[in-house]
Ligand binder design. Structure first.
Ligand SMILES: NC(=O)c1ccc[n+]([C@@H]2O[C@H](COP(=O)([O-])OP(=O)(O)OC[C@H]3O[C@@H](n4cnc5c(N)ncnc54)[C@H](OP(=O)(O)O)[C@@H]3O)[C@@H](O)[C@H]2O)c1
Length: 250
């Protein structure tokens, strides 16, 4: 959805692993006049792929926006999932974000223009059974982006950073985890990708650091952030252990 919305204003480089899906997307987007879309097949958990992409970002003379969007969830308690899936999640959500954001900001800050959007999650505000690394890495994304915001502000830079924190959103995310949507949240809690991206891009125009699409999630995160840790842990402990098997990720 980011690509669909951004194609109106930016020349795009869209990165993912599945070439057929990228080609389909590029074909659909390029039906609009003056739209330029380049696709790049890369695995963002692979060091070499990430290094070449970072080099590309560093060398791009008019780099306007980096969206760190790729991410995934796992189902089950930490020790019941494969170590590989846990390592890959940390690699993708944390190390790839570090590397690409570094390349982008090295380029943008001297030019005093550009922006980075990190797609985190409301999961970054909570700690949940069944989503241990997911919550930890998305929380890291929030803290990382907030730190960058402070540094950029301190030098009066016009470069913007944002962490967008969606709740449950219709996409392939839960299908890949074989999670039934109705098992994790009621209909009122599900967002469309368009709602998330619209909120993110309008927030970016206003220079908003944290964007939490949907009033339910704004309320939830505001409340959770105020809870003392003992109460927060108590509430989460009461949640049925069975939910951990369903995959509570969002
Ligand atoms: N859906 C939700 O409920 C929800 C809620 C909060 C936050 N989020 C976050 O939103 C972001 C987008 O997720 P989504 O909901 O749109 O899920 P999605 O439909 O599964 O999309 C994930 C995208 O990331 C790409 N990707 C995944 N792993 C990759 C890798 N190793 N290398 C390159 N590309 C990779 C996928 O393409 P390929 O598979 O072709 O590589 C796909 O385009 C994620 O960061 C997710 O954590 C989602």
């Amino acid at each position: 959805m980011f690509a669909r919305k951004l194609a109106r204003n930016y020349d795009l480089l869209v990165v993912a692993r599945r070439q057929d899906r990228l080609q389909e997307l590029a074909k659909a987007l390029m039906t609009a006049p003056n739209t330029r879309v380049e696709i790049c097949t890369a695995d963002l958990t692979n060091d070499q792929d990430v290094a070449s992409l970072a080099a590309r970002l560093s060398a791009e003379p008019r780099l306007g926006l980096l969206v760190n969007n790729a991410g995934f969830g796992t189902k089950g308690r930490f020790w019941e999932t494969t170590l590989d899936s846990q390592m890959q999640m940390h690699q993708l959500h944390v190390m790839t974000t570090v590397r690409l954001t570094h390349a982008a900001l090295e380029n943008m800050v001297p030019r005093n223009e550009g922006a980075v959007i990190n797609v985190a999650s409301v999961a970054g505000f909570v700690r949940r059974q069944g989503s241990v690394s997911y919550c930890a890495t998305k929380s890291w994304m929030n803290i990382f982006t907030e730190g960058l915001y402070l540094e950029l502000k301190s030098i009066g830079s016009r470069v913007k950073v944002q962490t967008v924190c969606p709740g449950y959103t219709y996409s392939e995310f839960h299908d890949k985890m074989a999670v039934q949507r109705e098992m994790v949240a009621g209909k009122g809690f599900w967002l469309t990708p368009e709602q998330v991206v619209d909120a993110s891009l309008s927030g970016l125009e206003r220079g908003q650091l944290y964007v939490i699409p949907g009033w339910r999630y704004r309320l939830l995160t505001a409340l959770v952030s105020k809870l003392p840790s003992r109460l927060r842990i108590g509430v989460e402990s009461m949640r049925k252990a069975a939910r951990a098997d369903q995959g509570a990720t969002q």
